[in-house]
Design a protein around this ligand. Structure first.
Ligand code: HEC
Ligand code: HEC
Ligand code: HEC
Length: 350
């Protein structure tokens, strides 16, 4: 039989109508309980893998992921934001999520199958129609990379290593087990932090600044997926108490990290004098001086990895903060990358 163009038109019109009719009839099952046919399951995962791989090509350079300072913040976030579905080395996936379709996989098993860029793509954007959520703040690629750094470590972590990294149940030391799940202290405890931490020290920080920062996270004017989730369940009325608690803590003395004295000296000059040629103001004209505005944070003794990261965020316009944050964006605009490490070394050693 010769296929005429009339037949083709009838087919083109009928096919979508037939599709609609099947959808309308209710014959197609959306039951999770019956699972997928093996072929449907294979097809959906094939599509998912192709989509992730194709988009991961545009991710760009993978930053260094071996930095141990990246892991604790991501591990703590994993416990609050991911372990409910994926389980963790401290706890298997609950039965309730195993009844999801598709069930969230055990990441210890599947992570090695993906490249760094593919993991970044999945964690940043989530997976449609599966329950796998996107990262809560799309602008913080640095946080998403820290999660990838953590996922790389996950297959080799036992329960103790996971509890220590995430701060689950206190600090995870013997005799120091709190019945609470993740708390502020899980991430911010002085004993867990060092100069390479991307989590800031809070002890002794200005109370006004701490309160402004907590409000800024809660109101999403300071973008951070990790802190947004951490404050997400708190009432605004509870924030002043937390700010006062940390402001009144005495920071523990710390033997300074071994920074190059030449780097520290370069940082000191910038902090005290700024650099007029580049219109960089003296940092100490606002920070850490007697009678300073209490809304300006104290930088002395802060972890240098954290300071550098915040400077990079200010410079790229991605930091946000209180109503004063524009002052700091201006101050950071003309800093060069090696200025970041110099001022961070100077202030962390101060
Ligand atoms: C509400 C449940 C849920 C939460 C919360 C969740 N996921 Fe998932 N995740 C899933 C499901 C379901 C899949 C399976 C997707 C698929 O099969 O295509 C998945 C897939 C993944 C994958 C790809 C693994 C693979 O081979 O399919 C990674 C990596 C991942 N999740 C990481 C995370 C991280 C990191 C977090 C926390 C930031 C997180 N997930 C939070 C449900 C969840
Ligand atoms: C899962 C780890 C984690 C938990 C839990 C957590 N934080 Fe944080 N916190 C971070 C990280 C990481 C940052 C840096 C975020 C950024 O880049 O803005 C941060 C930043 C902050 C800042 C800003 C400090 C500064 O110098 O600007 C404050 C204030 C703060 N946290 C208070 C709290 C309080 C109070 C709690 C408990 C309700 C809490 N955090 C829980 C990881 C955590
Ligand atoms: C005109 C005043 C001003 C000057 C000059 C200034 N800053 Fe700031 N800086 C601020 C304010 C205000 C904030 C807090 C923004 C907010 O509310 O979140 C801040 C925040 C910061 C932070 C983030 C601290 C934290 O805990 O998250 C860093 C790091 C920083 N400044 C470094 C510097 C450095 C380095 C210099 C010198 C090159 C400098 N600042 C010069 C006003 C200033």
């Amino acid at each position: 039989m010769i296929i005429r163009w009339k037949h083709l038109i009838v087919l083109v019109v009928l096919a979508p109508l037939l599709g609609l009719a099947v959808g309308w009839s209710g014959l197609m099952s959306v039951r999770a309980s019956t699972g997928h046919w093996a072929v449907t399951d294979w097809f959906l995962h094939w599509v998912m893998r192709n989509s992730v791989s194709a988009r991961a090509v545009a991710t760009g350079d993978v930053p260094p992921l071996n930095d141990p300072g990246l892991v604790p913040g991501a591990a703590g976030h994993f416990e609050t934001g991911c372990a409910v579905c994926h389980g963790s080395p401290a706890q298997p996936r609950p039965d309730s999520v195993l009844a999801m379709l598709p069930p969230p996989p055990d990441l210890k098993v599947v992570v090695p199958e993906w490249t760094d860029a593919e993991l970044f793509e999945i964690v940043k954007h989530g997976v449609r129609f599966t329950g796998m959520p996107a990262w809560p703040v799309q602008s913080r690629d640095d946080e998403i990379w820290s999660m990838v750094a953590f996922l790389r470590k996950l297959p080799d972590m036992d329960a103790q290593a996971y509890i220590r990294a995430s701060g689950l149940h206190g600090l995870g030391h013997a005799g120091d087990v709190s019945p609470l799940p993740i708390t502020c202290e899980s991430c911010h405890a002085e004993a867990k932090l060092n100069d390479g931490s991307y989590i800031p020290r809070l002890a002794g920080q200005s109370e006004a600044y701490l309160l402004n920062s907590l409000k800024a996270y809660a109101e999403k004017t300071r973008p951070s997926g990790i802190m947004q989730v951490a404050v997400g369940t708190l009432s605004v009325e509870g924030l002043p108490e937390l700010a006062a608690y940390y402001a009144n803590q005495t920071p523990t003395a710390r033997t300074g990290a071994a920074h190059d004295p030449i780097l520290i000296e370069k940082g000191r000059i910038l902090a005290e004098q700024g650099r007029r040629a580049d219109k960089i103001p003296a940092c100490l004209s606002c920070h850490d001086k007697a009678g300073a505005n209490p809304a300006y944070p104290i930088l002395s003794g802060q972890n240098s990895a954290y300071l550098q990261n915040q400077l990079a965020l200010f410079q790229s316009g991605g930091r946000g903060g209180s109503e004063y944050h524009h002052l700091m964006s201006g101050a950071a605009k003309e800093l060069a990358a090696d200025d970041f490490s110099a001022v961070a070394a100077y202030f962390s050693a101060r």
